[in-house]
Design a protein. Structure first.
Length: 151
């Protein structure tokens, strides 16, 4: 089964803040344009880190939704696992852009592992891992640029 077009389009569109943040970190012209057009919250590492934190927490809600499909006691395990990404963002993201980017990157890799578990349990759609693997790769590369190249 192919990835539904709307899920693919929205998933790829969700990468824009990550890519834009890196672009404004690497290009003074993009940074200056973004600063004038959108303000300081939407340039440099700030846009990718803030958005990345929100999306990591959002993905907890997605996993929670998958957990509702689990039978009996397995649902409790799914619910418990589903809150990990949000707690990860709450507990570990902070202490400056380099630290935040590193912890977020690990959080997204952890999330991919949870995605895989829910998918293997038959709670996520058949196409889920094809979508999530590609999106996660781009996110982790962007966060790595912030952490290790620019930071």
């Amino acid at each position: 089964m192919p990835i539904p077009r709307s899920a693919l389009i929205l998933g790829v569109a969700g990468l824009i803040p990550f890519v834009w943040g890196v672009a404004t970190e690497l290009s003074p012209a993009a940074f200056d344009f973004g600063l004038r057009a959108f303000g300081p919250r939407f340039v440099g590492p700030y846009v990718g880190l803030a958005y990345g934190t929100i999306i990591l927490a959002f993905m907890s809600g997605v996993l929670w939704g998958f957990a509702t499909r689990a039978p009996g006691p397995a649902a409790a395990v799914g619910y418990a696992l589903s809150v990990i990404p949000a707690l990860w963002a709450f507990l570990f993201v902070g202490n400056g852009p380099v630290s935040a980017a590193i912890w977020l990157g690990f959080g997204y890799l952890l999330l991919l592992g949870l995605d895989y578990m829910f998918w293997r349990w038959g709670l996520a759609p058949e196409w889920w891992m094809r979508l999530r693997a590609g999106l996660t790769a781009v996110v982790v590369v962007c966060l790595s640029v912030t952490a290790f190249w620019v930071g």
